[in-house]
Design a protein around this ligand. Structure first.
Ligand SMILES: Cc1cc2nc3c(=O)[nH]c(=O)nc-3n(C[C@H](O)[C@H](O)[C@H](O)COP(=O)(O)O)c2cc1C
Length: 328
């Protein structure tokens, strides 16, 4: 079973699905498994941590894997960005802050440029700097983003903008999509495909502690929150507009709303969070997932996620059409 779109044509892949380049879940094994299943796997280059990149790059077994970085964090190791363009030339995804400075390097390398965007202004900017693909991320998404827009109205607005101003640019929907219903709906909104983070986070291959995965399987979509407390405690220099969506836990209950106080004692708290991350105490460590967590009841392989998503979307799309009754 296959769903062909402009996205599958552009990348020469079987399915219009992209793995979000999640830090640190999307390592070499997950990105390769997604690519093996016929979708686009992106390694999570994240904060440009060379040691992590080298280790995980070594685990990439499929030559069709691309990479993604947090744009403002590339300055942590600019040379690593160029290496990734050579190592993983299938695609480069840039998210969070202005892509203008780095985009020419991607274009010069002949690598397809994917820009994650959160507002129409971001979309225009990404088009101006030569993006081939826009990932329109709604606030339902896991991880960082804005509170500004929701996936359902944002994606078709981006589709309209693109069709008026740059029709060759592709649009991918992201945020709250975890199954074939989400893929079918995204196609109906005019998107060329979907990008999923949270759903692939909860797979066998993702680099996440089993205790965190178990928490996610048990959680409902009502339990997430956008917050900055873990960025404060980890001293990540996120531009102020961005917050992260995570599963609520004791740490967030304690510190969300008390950010100034947390800033004064972040070193003590960081030691606790780092220890909790290692030991599997996710009442203290972060569980970074979005509202799609409410659609997740198991921990399948990445291949199963791709297969199920395509089968369900195909079924929904074909089953629904004959039941349409159009009044004249
Ligand atoms: C654990 C986690 C880490 C993420 N890290 C990154 C990242 O490093 N770079 C990035 O571009 N997006 C990152 N994202 C956001 C994704 O690219 C994507 O927008 C989001 O996962 C889509 O929403 P969903 O989680 O509902 O599928 C992350 C998401 C999650 C859940």
């Amino acid at each position: 079973m296959a769903i062909k779109t402009r996205l599958t044509d552009f990348f020469g892949i079987a399915h219009p699905i992209i793995l979000a380049p999640m830090t640190p879940a999307a390592g070499g094994a997950l990105a390769s498994a997604v690519a093996d299943a016929g979708a686009l796997g992106l390694l999570g280059g994240g904060y440009a941590d060379r040691q992590w990149y080298d280790e995980q790059r070594g685990k990439v077994t499929n030559p069709k894997v691309g990479c993604g970085f947090i744009t403002w964090a590339v300055e942590n190791d600019p040379e690593l960005f160029d290496r990734a363009l050579q190592d993983l030339p299938k695609a480069m995804m840039m998210s969070f802050s202005d892509p203008a400075k780095l985009a020419p390097r991607v274009k010069a390398a002949g690598v397809p440029l994917i820009c994650q965007i959160h507002t129409l202004e971001h979309a225009k900017r990404a088009i101006d700097v030569g993006a081939d693909v826009l990932v329109a991320q709604g606030t339902e998404a896991g991880g960082h983003g804005l509170t500004a827009r929701s996936t359902m109205p944002f994606v078709p607005s981006v589709v309209d903008l693109v069709s008026r101003t740059a029709p060759s640019v592709l649009v991918v929907a992201a945020g709250g999509i975890a199954d074939g219903r989400g893929l079918a709906a995204s196609l109906m909104l005019g998107a060329d495909g979907i990008l999923m983070g949270t759903r692939f986070w909860a797979t066998q291959e993702s680099l996440i502690h089993q205790a965190a995965k178990d928490k996610v399987v048990a959680a409902s979509g009502d339990e997430t929150i956008r917050t900055t407390v873990y960025d404060i405690v980890r001293e990540k220099a996120w531009p102020e507009i961005y917050t992260g969506r995570l599963l609520r836990n004791d740490f967030i209950s304690k510190w969300h709303g008390r950010e100034s106080e947390l800033r004064t004692m972040h070193q003590d708290e960081r030691a606790k969070v780092d220890a909790a991350w290692e030991s599997g105490d996710y009442d203290t460590a972060n569980v970074t997932v979005g509202e799609a967590v409410g659609l997740i009841n198991d921990l399948p392989s990445a291949r199963d996620v791709v297969t199920r998503t395509i089968e369900e979307a195909s079924h929904r799309l074909t089953a629904y059409s004959p039941s349409l009754r159009l009044a004249s």
